[in-house]
Design a protein around this ligand. Structure first.
Ligand code: COA
Length: 361
């Protein structure tokens, strides 16, 4: 027989053998995929049961608590003691519900539903939550380095209005993105104060108004001060990044108990050092912003002022400054309140990567 024909037959045989081998592997793959689908169905089933179980527990706890409140005035000392004990247990149970919910899907909320539709943004394990938070902080720092460099350039280069527009547009995009990322963080259990998210919404409007502010006498009078303020604000975001990054690493170590030998007390002492360093810098920024509001207001009263943006911007800078001052003071005073064991447990469990919660309760 022809040698070429023999070679062709051998090749065909080898192809058939390989194909049959692959078919066997595919049958195995189908079985694995079926198992995966079944596991997913079981998972969805278990998620639904847990969610409705928690809702039921919360509802019943509230009913029992109302009943206990009605008992309060007429109770004997022993009853009073028993009620106190149950109330303590209820408080502890609340933190257990929150811990359970960390591993369950959440609804998106109106803002995210409008932007993303019904796609789920729930992160169901603490590694993913940690990675997302870390990425959020890094994103803020990276953009802040850019905006700081750009503001510095604008301080010395004033003849190109389009360059100003690049900074303002960057800030519109940056703050808008922050609001989305922060809403995703909140859906996943972050305790960001509502004001910081609102602050980023208002800052988007502020940057947009500055973007459309015509290149007039008022704009030229304020642009130097605004570039300096933008530069300082970016610097503040970078300093905050180092604080938040440090807090994140330490919270993770608290959950893991290795890497660093860190305790809740150690974390609190580090946190206070960080806050004491940050506060003077933050307050300098808030008073700078208050001064911006004053200068803008004065400009809006100038006979040469024809732009409506000036007064609006004055009001916005005032709102941002007052909101920042009051929220930061509230955050610090809340932190000064005596620590309850529930808060300590929260810190320890924040980035605990295994789900064995009962161990330390
Ligand atoms: N933006 C976004 N998230 C913030 C935040 C901010 N300004 N301040 C706090 N958070 C987050 C924390 O990371 C934490 O998140 P987590 O639950 O996912 O872990 C949560 O909110 C609760 O933090 P809290 O304990 O209240 O405060 P903290 O110790 O993390 O930070 C300050 C305290 C005062 C340092 C911080 O709030 C801060 O930097 N404030 C000033 C912000 C500001 O002025 N911005 C505008 C001008 S730059």
């Amino acid at each position: 027989m022809d040698e070429g024909l023999l070679g062709e037959e051998a090749n065909l045989k080898s192809c058939m053998e390989d194909w049959n081998e692959l078919n066997k592997e595919f049958t195995q793959l189908e079985a694995t995929h079926d198992h995966y689908k079944k596991t997913l169905e079981n998972l969805w089933d278990a998620q639904k049961k847990c969610l409705s179980g928690i809702a039921h527990q919360r509802y019943r706890t509230k009913q029992i608590s109302d009943k206990m409140n009605r008992l309060k005035d007429t109770s004997k000392p022993e009853t009073h003691e028993a009620l106190k004990q149950v109330r303590l247990e209820m408080l502890h149970r609340k933190s257990q519900f929150r811990e359970m919910e960390e591993f369950l899907p959440h609804k998106n909320g109106i803002y995210l539903s409008i932007i993303l539709g019904s796609v789920s943004v729930s992160l169901l394990n603490k590694e993913d939550k940690y990675a997302y938070k870390h990425n959020y902080e890094t994103f803020k720092a990276t953009v802040s380095y850019f905006s700081m460099a750009l503001s510095l350039i604008l301080l010395f280069v004033s003849e190109y209005r389009w360059l100003d527009a690049v900074l303002h547009f960057l800030l519109v995009w940056y703050y808008c993105t922050l609001t989305i990322r922060e809403n995703i963080l909140m859906v996943n259990g972050s305790r960001i104060k509502g004001w910081w998210v609102t602050h980023h919404f208002i800052s988007t409007v502020c940057a947009a108004l500055t973007l459309i502010w015509p290149d007039s006498y008022t704009y030229k009078s304020f642009r130097g001060q605004y570039s300096l303020f933008s530069c300082y604000l970016s610097f503040l975001y970078i300093v905050q990044f180092f604080y938040q990054k440090g807090a994140l690493y330490r919270l993770r170590s608290l959950g893991q108990r290795h890497e660093m030998d860190i305790t809740v007390e150690g974390f609190m002492s580090w946190m206070w050092k960080g806050i004491s360093f940050l506060l003077p810098l933050l307050f300098a920024g808030y008073f700078f912003q208050l001064y911006n509001a004053y200068v803008l207001y004065r400009l809006s009263q100038d006979s040469q002022c024809k732009e409506w943006q000036v007064l609006f911007l004055a009001i916005i800078h005032l709102i941002l400054s007052v909101g920042n001052i009051t929220t930061t003071l509230k955050v610090v005073f809340d932190k000064l309140k005596p620590d309850i064991s529930y808060r300590r447990q929260q810190l320890r469990n924040k980035y605990r990567f295994n789900s064995n919660l009962k161990k330390d309760m």
